[in-house]
Design a protein around this ligand. Structure first.
Ligand SMILES: [Cu+2]
Length: 385
């Protein structure tokens, strides 16, 4: 007979608070998930196989049914889902993924098991990993030929559904892919209910549901949708997520479908250094000369065909890289002495460079984004941080 366990023993064993403890009439303790009716897990040798690391998907040519190339300019034009149009051009990378049933070994000592998994179309079934391919992508802002930020770039993924149509049991074969943690159109973010509720030019490969579906990840900082014109200012790079995953998201069956294997990583990197170098080289000298001459910012922006927010972004890059810009002539027109002092004190004490946060925390001052931005530039110029 097993000895009785005291509460103290149980705490030591970590059994209290799990919700899985069964205390038998004899004081025998067992966890309710040790169900004796199930076969024991087979023995597997430790360290028998390397950790599987899913390969990156390989880009495919733009999809001819949705992207045409302008014969004169060579520019890609997208024409399938209207809201995607501004976000797709020659810098967009295309991928093609299938969801399918396949047989895998979780361990060399185990027999083959059927899973549902994502696979890059370029990857043969025999060598496909259990988890879907790992995407690695770069965040924008993407720059046009003149070094100005643009919306287009990002990643465009076509997902094919090749799961068995006659499936019954665990999981459902109606799919919608969610990019977990990203900031995308709801159209491209695994709408859980019914993804052909969107009026899409999808191809129906059978009469039951669309057999492929297009997802666009613009890879811009959160907020780009609010500011429809620019994509860079008014966004919050402090909130940009980087370690993401994608998984099936269909209503009521997300757990079952992800459990069956419909999941993969999506790692997104930012390239701040690269984009600021390009920006700087284009407008830096001009901006410094104009500020020296105390030219009004509106005039500088107009002459360089920049929006005011884009000009301020460039100025911040210049000040941030160590070149002082004496903007007092412009600042004094936008803020009185006390307001300037309040904002400087805030910047001295705050831990992030988020202007959205500054706007919230300085809410009594009712400062605009431009006021805070120009103060950020003054602050960078004077304190060099
Ligand atoms: Cu999720």
């Amino acid at each position: 007979m097993q000895p009785r366990l005291s509460r103290r023993d149980m705490l030591k064993l970590g059994l209290i608070g799990t919700g899985y403890v069964i205390l038998g009439p004899n004081g025998e303790v067992s966890r309710s998930d040790d169900d004796v009716s199930l076969p024991a897990s087979p023995f597997t040798r430790p360290w028998a196989a390397p950790l599987p690391v899913p390969a990156e998907p390989i880009p495919v040519p733009p999809f001819a049914d949705c992207v045409t190339v302008d014969p004169v300019t060579g520019k890609r034009q997208y024409h399938c889902v209207p809201e995607y149009t501004r976000f797709v051009d020659n810098d967009t990378t295309f991928f093609e993924i299938v969801a399918e049933e396949r047989w895998v070994k979780f361990h060399p000592d185990l027999p083959y098991t059927s899973i549902w998994g994502y696979r890059d179309v370029n990857q043969p079934v025999e060598t496909a990993s259990i988890l879907g391919p790992t995407f690695k992508a770069r965040y924008g802002p993407f720059l046009d030929g003149d070094g100005k930020p643009k919306l287009a770039g990002g990643v465009y993924v076509r997902h094919h559904n090749q799961l068995p149509l006659n499936h019954t049991g665990f999981g459902v074969t109606r799919l919608t892919v969610h990019h977990h943690g990203g900031h995308h159109f709801s159209r491209a973010d695994g709408f859980p209910d019914n993804n052909d509720a969107f009026a899409d030019p999808v191809v129906y490969e059978n009469d039951r549901e669309p057999r492929f579906y297009d997802y666009l990840m613009p890879l811009l900082d959160p907020g780009f949708v609010v500011d429809k014109d620019a994509g860079v200012p008014h966004t919050d790079s402090g909130e940009t997520p980087s370690t993401l995953w994608y998984h099936d998201h269909i209503l009521d069956f997300t757990g079952q479908n992800a459990y069956r294997g419909l999941a993969g990583f999506f790692l997104a990197f930012d390239d701040g250094a690269l984009k600021s170098v390009v920006n700087k080289s284009v407008n830096k000298v001009y901006i410094i000369q104009q500020v020296d001459k105390k030219i009004p910012l509106e005039t500088i922006a107009k002459n360089k065909d920049l929006r005011m927010d884009a000009l301020l972004e460039d100025m911040e890059t210049i000040a941030g890289s160590g070149t002082k810009l004496n903007l007092n002539y412009a600042v004094d027109e936008m803020l009185d002495e006390y307001e300037q002092e309040e904002i400087v004190e805030y910047f001295k004490s705050c831990e992030t460079s988020s202007l959205q946060l500054a706007q919230q925390e300085l809410s009594e001052g009712n400062f605009t984004w431009e006021q805070l931005k120009i103060m950020r530039i003054k602050f960078l110029s004077e304190y060099g941080m």
